[in-house]
Design a protein around this ligand. Structure first.
Ligand code: DAH
Length: 365
């Protein structure tokens, strides 16, 4: 930034071109170092802006025939300076030419968000066991989110999943009404309607509930669902698979235990607990002194679910019911990605994952 104005020695085109290029180079240097508002004031200020000062000085001492070429060049210069203010980097390249010896713009490579990292880790553990991956829509019908999963209309189990429904759906039949899926389980149904057994898949994705945000809840969160259907699938297969997965995620010293629970779409159902990874099972604040941390839900696929799938496949024109509960069986499970990531990294507030605070995120880079 300089305030001196060099007067012109003569007014031929070559001298003018050189003089104007010099001014633009000065402006370009400034645009790279000044903030936009300071630059605007310094160069384009109406009364004492540099452009104004230079044009007054040059025009005052110019012979009458030089006024027109000067005027044209000042107009162009003004436009160039305004453009430089809009796009400083392009202007720099334009005026200086591209200097290949300058260091390039360094753009730090992005890394996975810690939640996606955990989600991919979970998916990979199951992929290595031979499970494929499937996804489904976040805007779901009542049928896939609830009815086919054996939550009939008005069933009290629906109250455990406070649902965000899409407005103005009353004119549709109940099962076609749209909502934000409250879990990834509807993709179990979508997969079975499309594919005959055997099935081994995991389903990662976003889910939505009308929950108030607090340290452990967020109205939008992530789950990984699992489904295995084949002949002779037993509860031992479920236990062995999940025990392996928990050891792969939390370390081989981790133990699992299965507690009776209830989900409408599995029978029997269980909650899986892992031995507390913070205290090794002795009891601490994190495990509420129980030595165990509850981590996911699971169970054997309820025959009512297979019946809903067969019915849907029949509507789609399938002639034989592929999901005959007398011949096949299956297990399913569903886990919260946030909860697992919080335990893995010792994060105590779920909100950190969504804050976009680089000081938090960079710890996982
Ligand atoms: N969908 C359940 C929920 O969001 C989790 C779950 C439990 C999924 C048991 C399953 C299962 O597949 O078998 O609370």
């Amino acid at each position: 930034m300089s305030d001196a104005v060099n007067l012109l020695e003569n007014y031929d085109d070559a001298t003018l071109d050189q003089a104007f290029t010099g001014v633009m180079a000065e402006a370009t240097a400034d645009v790279a170092t000044m903030d936009a508002e300071a630059f605007r004031l310094h160069w384009l200020g109406r009364k004492q802006g540099r452009l104004k000062t230079i044009s007054e000085a040059w025009l005052k001492s110019a012979p009458a025939e030089a006024r027109k070429p000067l005027g044209i060049r000042f107009n162009q210069l003004k436009q160039q300076i305004e453009a430089a203010l809009e796009a400083p980097v392009a202007a720099t390249a334009q005026v200086r030419g591209i200097d290949i010896t300058l260091p390039g713009a360094v753009r730090a490579p992005g890394v996975e968000h810690p939640l996606l990292k955990t989600m991919h880790e979970i998916v990979q553990v199951f992929n290595h066991l031979g499970f494929g991956t499937n996804t489904g829509p976040q805007v779901e019908t009542d049928f896939y989110n609830f009815e086919a999963l054996n939550f009939p209309p008005n069933h009290p189990a629906r109250d455990t999943q406070d649902t965000l429904i899409i407005a103005d759906q009353q004119s549709k039949p109940a099962r076609e009404r749209l909502l934000m899926r409250t879990h990834t389980s509807p993709v179990q149904i979508r997969t079975m309607v499309e594919q005959a057994p055997p099935i081994r898949i995991v389903i990662p994705g976003k889910v939505h509930r009308n929950d108030a945000a607090d340290a452990t809840h967020s109205p939008i969160f992530h789950q990984v669902e699992g489904l295995c259907v084949d002949t002779n699938i037993t509860f031992s297969d479920l236990k062995g698979t999940l025990d392996h997965a928990m050891k792969a995620l939390f370390g081989s010293a981790v133990k699992t235990r299965f507690f009776p629970s209830f989900f409408p779409f599995t029978e029997p159902s269980a909650d899986v607990q892992i031995s507390c990874i913070f205290c090794g099972g002795k009891g601490c604040r994190k495990c509420k002194h129980s030595g165990w941390i509850e981590l996911l839900g699971c169970g054997m696929v309820d025959p009512a679910v297979f019946a809903a799938v067969n019915e849907q496949r029949a509507l789609a024109g399938e002639t034989s019911p592929a999901y005959d509960p007398a011949k096949i069986s299956g297990f399913a499970f569903g886990m919260g990605v946030e909860r697992i990531a919080m335990i893995q990294h010792g994060v105590s507030d779920i909100g950190h994952f969504y804050s976009g605070d680089m000081r938090f995120l960079e710890q996982f880079a």
